[in-house]
Design a protein around this ligand. Structure first.
Ligand SMILES: Cc1cc2nc3c(=O)[nH]c(=O)nc-3n(C[C@H](O)[C@H](O)[C@H](O)COP(=O)(O)O)c2cc1C
Length: 346
């Protein structure tokens, strides 16, 4: 398999080694807000599942435990791993999890109607993309998220230094098994799609009745195009700084994207969300929710499922605290004029 699979474990191991991401001080994409009231965009997101206020990029083993405190679990082909004998890759006893059906099943153990969003790298072969879409639908995912910021794989110096360019033996990206063009039981690579276009995105939208979000938008012109091509929502994201290390911070791009979308669809943000205050700033600047990537994995690495729960709970508590200190009781009480930017103080 090719590099994308490696993403699944690249940053998960070294809790102590964790470095701030390039845009860490400037908060980005998916977060977690719990009891917060419906955000203005909530109606538009209703199709995607319960309360869209929050999100959590979680890996398969964490999924079941994430649901109680996160409103959305996002799973990708890259992270839905199963493994045999390697520590950390399998689950003790019982059969190992197998891809997105296992994630949805685990989420259902915690909530009857969980919101599980499937992260989809567009594949150069349309039939492979379509098979993945069907797989996500059949598993019971409530939305698809097409990643638009990866025409090629990121160049990550730590991975290069460590020779980390594939999953370890015994681990596999299970969602890529048994796809068209491959022998039964074999895995298909996840090559990046350098020629992916807006037409491809619109085709994906046309393949399914599920809401299809787009992730990896930073420029307002792209946000407008996304809406024109049928996006159900826009995720402002620089992939956590993992694709292009000179990419702008998601937070800096958020206000222009929110303006460009003009309420047509909800806007989420991810990348660098580390504290509840980061969540509050993103919401104040127009995000309907935020996403959290690595903190979830750090929690997982440190304390397993309990660590994931602790990370999300801490974010929620901090968010509530910040909201109260801002004089607010609900998300909608946060407004852009509460955010002091760089050289301007009101
Ligand atoms: C281990 C790992 C795997 C990831 N895999 C994917 C993926 O398959 N597709 C995708 O769009 N983003 C992927 N991402 C990026 C996240 O979805 C998200 O944009 C990013 O982690 C947010 O930044 P943060 O980690 O600073 O919160 C991955 C991130 C990590 C850390």
């Amino acid at each position: 398999m090719t590099v994308p699979d490696a993403e699944a474990v690249a940053d998960a191991e070294p809790v102590a080694d964790a470095e701030p991401v390039p845009d860490a001080e400037a908060l980005p994409d998916v977060g977690a807000m719990a009891d917060a009231e419906p955000v203005p965009d909530a109606e538009a997101m209703a199709d995607a599942g319960p309360v869209p206020d929050a999100g959590a990029m979680a890996d398969v083993e964490a999924a079941a435990d994430v649901v109680p405190v996160a409103d959305v679990v996002a799973v990708s082909g890259a992270v839905a791993m199963s493994g045999g004998s390697l520590p950390g890759c399998g689950v003790g006893g019982g059969p190992p999890p197998r891809g997105v059906p296992a994630v949805v099943a685990a989420a259902r153990e915690a909530a009857p109607d969980p919101a599980v969003w499937f992260l989809l790298y567009p594949h150069p072969r349309r039939e492979v993309t379509e098979a993945l879409v069907r797989r996500a639908e059949e598993a019971g995912c409530s939305a698809l998220v097409v990643t638009a910021d990866s025409p090629r794989f990121g160049r990550r110096t730590r991975d290069l230094r460590n020779g980390f360019d594939d999953l370890p033996p015994g681990c596999a990206a299970e969602n890529m098994r048994d796809l068209p063009g491959a022998p039964p039981g074999a895995l298909t690579d996840i090559p990046m799609h350098p020629a992916a276009s807006w037409r491809d995105f619109a085709e994906t939208v046309g393949m399914t009745s599920l809401p299809v979000w787009i992730k990896g938008v930073l420029h307002p012109a792209d946000a407008r195009l996304a809406v024109e091509h049928g996006a159900a929502g826009v995720i402002v994201s620089n992939h956590g700084g993992r694709q292009c290390d000179t990419a702008a911070a998601s937070l800096d791009c958020l206000p222009a994207v929110v303006d460009a979308v003009a309420g047509a669809v909800p806007v989420l943000l991810d990348g660098g969300v580390r504290r509840g205050g980061d969540v509050a700033v993103a919401l104040a600047l127009g995000a309907a929710a935020v996403g959290v990537g690595r903190p979830v994995l750090w929690g997982l690495a440190a304390k397993g499922a309990a660590g994931v729960r602790e990370v999300l709970r801490t974010l929620l508590d901090e968010y509530d605290h910040t909201l109260a200190l801002c004089g607010g009781r609900r998300n909608a009480d946060l407004s852009a004029d509460m955010v002091v930017r760089g050289d301007a103080a009101w």
